[in-house]
Design a protein around this ligand. Structure first.
Ligand SMILES: [Zn+2]
Length: 86
């Protein structure tokens, strides 16, 4: 799904640059758990919203995705709990 965004871009240097930047993963029509705020009456996604970091339409072009940081923090929390329970 993420790769479809790059498929039409055949400049290798630009593709590499894109892939190196953390990329937002947007909700698409048919995904599970799409917030009502970004759907129209037919359940189709009409607004951009990143399912990893929660960035909305306006923020998408300005910020790289921090979803991977959130995953890392979650992992660390789990690890800390494990250590504390010893
Ligand atoms: Zn994101």
């Amino acid at each position: 799904m993420m790769l479809t965004a790059f498929a039409h871009d055949d400049d290798p240097a630009r593709m590499t640059e894109k892939l190196n930047h953390a990329t937002h993963v947007l909700y698409e029509t048919g995904d599970d758990g799409i917030p009502d705020a970004v759907k129209d009456g037919n359940g189709e996604v009409v607004l951009g919203l990143c399912k990893r970091c929660g960035a909305g339409e306006i923020q998408l072009g300005q910020n790289s995705c921090v979803g991977h940081l959130m995953d890392t923090i979650k992992d660390l929390r789990v690890r800390i709990k494990e250590l504390e329970s010893r």
